[in-house]
Design a protein around this ligand. Structure first.
Ligand SMILES: Cc1cc2nc3c(=O)[nH]c(=O)nc-3n(C[C@H](O)[C@H](O)[C@H](O)COP(=O)(O)OP(=O)(O)OC[C@H]3O[C@@H](n4cnc5c(N)ncnc54)[C@H](O)[C@@H]3O)c2cc1C
Length: 313
């Protein structure tokens, strides 16, 4: 990719061969061929207007749901910069946040302003853009519940405004495929701030009790299956199938199935992206063989395997 033109534009930060591991929660993976960090929508539009619509592009949020493969990403990787992180109260019911706003911060600001329905976001470590793309949720709530509208930019650099009703979404799924979320407006019921702050504390305490904290992890590896097992006849959460298949604590290289929550993989030290993929595929195979359940990845996998792996296939 020739990026001389990109380097000449006054458009935020542009880096070639930029390591991505430290920009993800699993702390593995290779480099971005080009990493572009626009400070604001003007920067982003300037580049998208000139970057061919069919050339490879990947938008990284804050990497809490993404496994970057060891060979890196051969694409323009866009990570929204600080100008997309602002969170404002619009009126007594509504707040607006940039797509780089952190879900935890949105929950805290909403509580401060007495805006209810967003406390569950305090347990989700990603950005609002990533939460929209994943339709992130927890404890019975999901990001689309209080969503009023979004703004997104298409590959030609044009901004579109969409009400929630025009954005297809489902469990851990959102219909926007080719664009970049840039902001969102939430419409919330009025609540007492102290009650919301107590909800946030409860969410965070529950997390600390049930999930690995202080270690590199990508959150839930698999979505919860929606079908019954043809073998046992019942329906369970992904972690229950993984546990029943005897995979708790299983390890490949530095990648490990968490003892604390076995739908979480952790980087126990020195893991590669390949370790994580081999571990998770082994788990899938065991669950399929024992229970006839096809676990589906929730973590998004991006990029290419390390060169020596690709050559040995
Ligand atoms: C400890 C831990 C706990 C977690 N708990 C939960 C949970 O309870 N519930 C839950 O749903 N998830 C959970 N997650 C997963 C993750 O935090 C969410 O999916 C989060 O919303 C992802 O946001 P991100 O910015 O990290 O996205 P990334 O991982 O960076 O990206 C995820 C996807 O979103 C896309 N994307 C990111 N930003 C944009 C944008 N601006 N426009 C378009 N597409 C974009 C990316 O291209 C990618 O496909 C957890 C993760 C961890 C590490």
């Amino acid at each position: 990719m020739n990026i001389a033109w990109l380097k000449r534009l006054p458009c935020g930060s542009v880096r070639e061969n930029a390591p991505l591991a430290k920009r993800t929660w699993l702390k593995v993976g290779g480099a971005a061929q080009v990493l572009f960090i626009p400070e604001d929508a003007k920067d982003l539009a300037l580049v998208l207007r000139q970057y061919p619509v069919d050339a490879p592009l990947f938008c990284l949020g804050v990497g809490s749901n993404t496994l970057i493969r060891d060979g890196g990403i051969t694409a323009l990787v866009v990570q929204l910069g600080g100008g997309f992180a602002e969170i404002h109260q619009l009126d007594g019911h509504r707040l607006q946040t940039g797509a780089r706003g952190r879900s935890v911060q949105v929950a805290k600001k909403a509580a401060e302003w007495g805006l209810g329905g967003l406390s569950f976001l305090a347990g989700i470590p990603g950005s609002i853009g990533g939460a929209l793309a994943m339709n992130a949720g927890a404890y019975g709530g999901e990001i689309f519940d209080q969503l009023e509208s979004i703004q997104w930019m298409d590959r030609g650099g044009v901004i579109h405004h969409l009400p929630k009703s025009e954005l297809e979404h489902g469990y851990r799924h959102c219909g926007l495929k080719e664009g970049i979320f840039i902001s969102a407006v939430f419409c919330c019921p009025c609540r007492v701030p102290a009650e919301l702050q107590a909800e946030i504390a409860a969410v965070q305490q529950r997390r600390a009790e049930t999930q690995p904290v202080g270690v590199a992890t990508g959150g839930s590896t698999f979505v919860n299956p929606m079908q019954d097992s043809p073998i046992t006849g019942d329906r369970r959460h992904a972690w229950q199938w993984i546990d029943a298949a005897g995979c708790r604590g299983m390890r490949v290289g530095g990648a490990e199935i968490s003892e604390k929550h076995c739908n979480f993989m952790i980087n126990a030290g020195g893991a590669s992206a390949a370790d994580f993929e081999i571990l998770a595929e082994t788990v899938r195979e065991r669950v399929r063989a024992q229970f006839g359940i096809e676990l589906q990845w929730e973590i998004r996998r991006e990029g290419i395997p390390a060169r020596h792996e690709a050559e040995s296939v």
